[in-house]
Design a protein around this ligand. Structure first.
Ligand code: IVH
Length: 710
């Protein structure tokens, strides 16, 4: 997508909001449901666009920005495992320049000298499912999927059936060692599995078929019954580690080779390079061999080799600063765009979806692609009946990249001016890219989407209540508002005997719903579907307020403050909302909650209908408090200012350390500052700190605070 960047804050904020929702949707399809509907290339394009806009408008980065999120929540039928160390994701590079920039960032962050070389490892990025294998005293005790990065699924029993994974490591390995890597399926095994599933199916038309090897691996690993996993040809490669009691080497390459010597497979294409140029050459070699490889790969991963540097580089919100995935370009094919359908989302957004004549792109049959919005259709000039170029990357379905010449004249696609579901006006607000249905609560499609959101994996995560069931229960008025879900137990008899529902499945559903009467505050807040309150903001709010009572007391105070301000109104509505947003945000006192979120939150709770929905829910539920874990130190919760030059680390590294310890870093000294860390050459800030009587320490003092943190 090479569309020009937005020009104004309003345009940028609108597009970032759209991208956050869209990327979250695709994350859910990909990670939780194993049913992706767009290609990796398409997905990457969305993420890149998001990144480009965030770079140009850094003050507009959202709390629920995709750049701060990883993956999706775990499936409910498997036990949950909280990772001892988060399982993160990787930043992407799409060309050599991105890779060189990565190395330059590393050099800057570490404040390296001109002669220091950044050695790296390079290995293929395999298209599988990441998995963490925990060995204690050499024995495999736990295996978990990535899940949302913090909490994954317990797949120990299933993993024990994978021949590549040893149950026991040799004598002398560290007491605790978590090997991380990828569970995958070879291309040939994938084709044979699909053929077998087809042959075994009673009705071939309904046979389960996997779209690609990654989905087959994910579906096979996340089985309830390990016997099913055992019958699937899964393989494993290590590419890193999590919690360890000791490390067998001080470089990435050294530790990987030790893991290999313990009998765990690595990629045979893992190499060590003194400089990035060698890694780029390796990329080209692998790219040339890609089609012949017996498994799917979608790029090459580079990792800074020195572990002491990895440690200092640390992580940004979702990925390590010391690694990057250099992606391969996408594969392309031509097909016919049969039709453009419109789907209505939770917030009324109308999304055009392209229906395609089935076409094979890089071995996968593709039938749909999202067209994002009206602008995208116009930019492409796409009309039903056109021949189009579709592309997909290492994985799944596609993106339309180009419309080919049109032989006969076809009418242009006209974006509907009414909601296809409820018939309300569909409007595009000024500065927004999206066209929305204005039907709000009268629009059945929006109401169904909200209910789906409420029970979705990232929200209340109610197993057995899928998208289809929600729609059919809604149509039959069994569920009209979220609290009705908890009242389904009173309608057990009506449920039994519905198509696809028998006594056991109904009882299982009721049990799954009952289990969620106790849900943590962050999930509850996210489930409400408040505009601008994504998972990250919901978590921030839940950490700040801990209990639903404290949260509601804050909301009550915020609503009072709004009401008082309204009394004094004397300016235009826009300006007034901005001022009010600032005041309300100050009152909410939660990092990451700015005026926009503050207004969205109070807008939501100012609506009597929403208050009623929440009260109704609280009569059914017991919301669990959320406890915030931080690395305790003497600067936790304090405001720190760094000034002067730092000699052993860059400013970014210092800031990252402070944030890890729960401190806030500010650029200027004020009465709110608790501590100033001053290096040589510190000037006016140091003087101001002295005037205000603020504690000042040097870089060595700072290092000892970091060393003494828990
Ligand atoms: S390193 C801290 N190396 O790609 C994250 N990941 O997009 C370390 N993957 O979650 C990951 N091949 O599941 C790494 N050679 C490789 C990989 C690889 C595939 C997966 C992994 C990761 C995802 C990130």
């Amino acid at each position: 997508m090479n569309a020009p960047l937005p020009q104004t804050d309003l345009e940028a904020a609108g597009e970032l909001a759209r991208l956050a929702a869209e990327i979250a949707h695709h994350n859910r399809l990909y990670h939780t449901d194993d049913t992706p509907e767009i290609s990796d290339a398409d997905y990457d394009a969305l993420v890149r666009r998001n990144g480009a806009i965030e770079e140009a408008f850094p003050h507009l980065v959202r709390d629920d920005s995709p750049s701060r999120m990883v993956g999706a929540a775990p499936a409910a039928h498997l036990g949950k495992v909280r990772h001892a160390q988060a399982m993160l994701s990787l930043e992407n590079a799409f060309d050599d320049t991105d890779v060189i920039e990565f190395i330059l960032r590393v050099r800057r962050f570490l404040a390296l000298g001109a002669d220091d070389r950044v050695a790296v490892t390079a290995e293929p990025k395999i298209d599988g499912l990441s998995c963490s294998l925990r060995y204690e005293k050499g024995r495999l005790v736990l295996a978990a999927t990535r899940g949302d990065g913090q909490t994954g699924e317990d797949v120990t029993a299933n993993v024990r059936t994978i021949a590549d994974i040893p149950q026991q490591l040799p004598e002398g390995v560290p007491d605790v060692f978590e090997i991380r890597g990828e569970v995958y399926m070879a291309k040939g095994d994938f084709a044979a599995l699909n053929a077998r599933l087809l042959a075994e199916a009673a009705d071939p038309a309904k046979a389960r078929q996997f779209a690609n090897p990654r989905n087959a691996a994910a579906g096979s690993l996340r089985q309830k019954d390990p016997a099913v996993t055992a019958s699937r040809p899964l393989r494993f490669w290590a590419h890193g580690w999590g919690e360890v009691s000791a490390l067998p080497a001080d470089t990435q390459f050294g530790v990987m080779k030790a893991i290999e010597s313990w009998g765990v497979p690595l990629s045979e294409m893992l190499i060590h390079c003194e400089q990035i140029e060698g890694a780029l050459a390796h990329y080209r070699r692998i790219e040339a061999k890609r089609a012949e490889l017996p498994y799917d790969i979608d790029g090459v991963v580079y990792k800074v080799d020195r572990l002491d540097w990895q440690e200092r580089l640390g992580f940004v919100a979702k990925a390590p600063r010391w690694a990057i995935a250099h992606k391969f370009p996408a594969e392309k094919a031509q097909t016919t765009l049969k039709a453009i359908d419109i789907q209505v989302g939770r917030t009324g957004k109308l999304t055009p979806v392209a229906r395609l004549d089935p076409v094979t792109v890089g071995g996968v049959v593709v039938t749909n692609a999202t067209l994002h919005n009206a602008d995208e259709i116009e930019r492409l000039g796409a009309r039903p009946g056109d021949r189009v170029v579709v592309q997909r990357a290492g994985d799944v379905i596609p993106q339309i990249v180009e419309v080919l010449t049109r032989e006969e004249d076809r009418p242009a696609f006209v974006f509907p001016s009414e909601c296809p579901d409820c018939g309300s006006d569909a409007v595009r607000e000024e500065g927004e890219v999206d066209i929305r249905c204005t039907g709000g609560l009268i629009c059945p499609a929006q109401r169904v989407e909200r209910l789906r959101h409420f029970v979705s994996r990232q929200a209340l995560d109610i197993e057995g209540l899928g998208e289809t069931s929600i729609a059919s229960f809604f149509n039959d008025k069994l569920i009209e508002s979220p609290a009705d879900i908890f009242r389904l137990r009173d309608r057990r008899d009506e449920l039994i005997g519905r198509e696809r529902w028998a006594e056991t499945s109904v009882d299982n559903l009721i049990a799954a719903i009952d289990a969620k009467r106790e849900s943590p505050l962050d999930r509850f807040l996210f489930a409400l579907g408040i505009r601008h309150v994504g998972q990250v903001t919901a978590r921030d709010l839940a950490r700040r307020y801990a209990t639903i009572e404290a949260f509601r007391a804050m909301i009550a105070a915020a609503l009072t403050r709004r009401a008082e301000m309204v009394q004094a109104i004397g300016e235009t509505e826009d300006k007034f909302r901005q001022r009010m947003g600032k005041e309300v945000a100050a009152l909410i006192e939660t990092p990451g909650v700015g005026p926009e979120v503050a207004m969205a939150l109070t807008d939501f709770f100012a609506e009597a209908h929403n208050q009623a929905v929440v009260a109704d829910l609280l009569a059914q539920m017991a919301i669990q408090p959320v406890i915030h874990e931080t690395r305790a130190s003497e600067v936790s919760g304090k405001t720190v200012v760094f000034t002067g030059s730092l000699e052993t680390m860059s400013r970014d590294e210092a800031k990252a350390q402070a944030e890890k310890l729960g401190a806030k870093v500010s650029g200027s000294v004020s009465a709110k500052t608790d501590l100033v860390v001053a290096g040589p050459g510190a000037g006016s800030k140091l003087k101001k700190a002295a005037d205000l009587g603020i504690k000042v320490i040097d870089e060595a003092g700072w290092a000892s605070i970091v060393a003494n943190a828990e």
